[in-house]
Design a binder for this molecule. Structure first.
Ligand code: BG6
Length: 469
């Protein structure tokens, strides 16, 4: 359906970019920071670890100056749990508290709205040793305590809060990409669905805490939501796509937004003996909490069919965007209609629109895009920049679809590209870059970590400037 008249973006629409703490900050043991599961995981010899990353911890002022130059009005970053509470649930680290005050103040000084993720893949290692997300009593208490510390410190300065980054990726891919929620540990499905339930409970309590005590703030989950296509017009394939959507998208959003377990998912969990340990009062906890908006990360769509593939999974190929087979529910397949990025992710800007429409029609909550972008291997050219036209094209297409959604009446409050500066990719090191700003280092050679705006930096700057009028 073509849109005849495109609407303008609201004046208060937030144009931003994102990073996460463990992928950008570095300084992994500086100023009292404790170890997270990302700091202790065994990484491939090929790729960099997270100890220095993009050195954002020492460079944030210069980086924010560049973000301002780009014309950004929002910046989404995560707080490192172990910088605030080094062992996850004990003493508070003053220096960590000060760092984020300084960061937030610097953003505000430059007219940039901070959007804070409470937890982005970097569980404190000492909590993991006590059972991590599987140990309900311990983790719910610790997550609530940590969140309260953040709210008491920063809620006066920060309006937008995100609870957990990509709970669905941690649960769906968590046994395959081991580092996501357990250091080097593999979990079985039963344990993962218990972890997921514990995340629902912890998150609901945190949202309630915010609503009760900090009424000027807004809070939301940040899931990785994707539209899922049937491979053909066979009715069975359509059902398979519905199943995949339930397992990847709606099971999470139904529990978080509506406070209900999705019935199809409940049946799947029951039939496979994966039902979590519900406690008395859990449904009340879930029902009471409701997010103020829905934040989501979108990179690509997915396609499924009903017949089983019986293929052998190659560990190297597993990542957060690739679906797999769930016997009786759906099977993964390729979509020949879409181009791919260098790293094999389908480029689907129409899918972006489908995803937003589906979400808005189901939940009627404002949407915030917290990640969207393209990873590519890059090097500086002779002019000390990167001509990343492929990234510009990706953004152009996705932002066109975003504008169509706004014109169709979907309420969208902010778009945050992934990423502001180059960071360590979650599992492909510094080889796979996402930033508008090039960080001059390689996997093993840290060099001076100088920053160089890429072509997309100037493109985004112009886009933001023009779209306002
Ligand atoms: C999302 C994560 O899953 O995808 C980010 O929230 C991650 O942390 C991003 O960096 C891109 O994935 P990758 O593996 O290419 O870094």
């Amino acid at each position: 359906m073509e849109i005849k008249k495109l609407k303008k973006f609201d004046d208060d629409f937030l144009w931003g970019a994102s990073i996460s703490a463990f992928q950008a900050e570095g300084a992994s043991t500086k100023d009292g920071k404790g170890l997270s599961i990302q700091d202790v995981k065994k990484i491939s010899e090929k790729y960099s670890d997270f100890s220095v990353a993009a050195d954002f911890y020492n460079n944030y002022k210069e980086d924010i100056a560049l973000l301002k130059e780009m014309g950004l009005s929002s910046f989404r970053f995560s707080i490192s749990w172990t910088r605030i509470i080094p062992d996850g649930d004990g003493e508070i680290n003053k220096k960590g508290i000060i760092f984020y005050h300084n960061l937030i103040d610097e953003l505000k000084k430059n007219g940039i709205e901070p959007i804070v993720t409470i937890y982005h893949f970097d569980l404190p290692f000492s909590l993991q040793q006590k059972g991590g997300w599987s140990n309900r009593d311990m983790i719910v208490k610790a997550f609530l305590k940590y969140s309260k510390v953040l709210f008491n410190e920063y809620a006066k300065k920060v309006k937008y809060w995100l609870t957990i980054n990509e709970q669905n990726v941690m649960i769906m891919i968590g046994s395959k990409m081991k580092f996501l929620n357990g250091g080097d540990k593999k979990f079985n499905q039963n344990e993962l669905y218990n972890q997921s339930h514990n995340m629902f409970i912890a998150q609901a309590l945190v949202m309630e805490e915010m609503h009760n005590n900090f009424p000027n703030c807004l809070i939301a989950p940040a899931l990785n939501i994707v539209s899922i296509y049937p491979n053909s017009n066979k009715p069975q394939d359509y059902l398979a796509a519905m199943n995949a959507s339930v397992m990847r998208n709606w099971y999470y959003l139904d529990a978080i937004v509506r406070g209900e377990y999705n019935p199809i998912m409940y049946k799947y969990l029951e039939d496979n003996n994966f039902l979590p340990d519900f406690r008395k009062g859990d449904y009340e906890i879930l029902k009471k909490a409701k997010p103020d908006f829905i934040a989501f990360n979108y990179y690509t769509s997915a396609t499924v069919k009903s017949e089983i593939n019986n293929f052998i999974e190659v560990e190297e190929l597993i990542d957060q965007q690739r679906l797999f087979d769930v016997p009786g529910m759906f099977s993964y397949c390729e979509n020949p209609n879409l181009e791919k990025t260098e790293y094999g992710w389908d480029i689907d800007s129409t899918g972006f629109r489908v995803t937003m429409r589906e979400m808005y029609e189901r939940y009627r909550l404002p949407l915030m895009i917290t990640e969207n972008g393209l990873g590519h291997s890059e090097q500086l050219n002779e002019n000390n920049t990167v001509d990343d036209d492929y990234r510009i094209q990706y953004y152009e297409k996705h932002l066109n679809e975003l504008r169509k959604c706004i014109s169709e009446g979907i309420k969208i409050i902010s778009y945050n590209a992934w990423t502001a500066i180059d960071i360590v990719s979650s599992h492909q090191g510094f080889s796979k870059r996402y930033g508008f700003i090039y960080v001059d280092r390689t996997e093993k050679d840290l060099k001076e970590m100088k920053r160089y705006p890429k072509k997309s930096f100037y493109w985004y700057k112009e886009y933001i400037k023009k779209i306002k009028y």
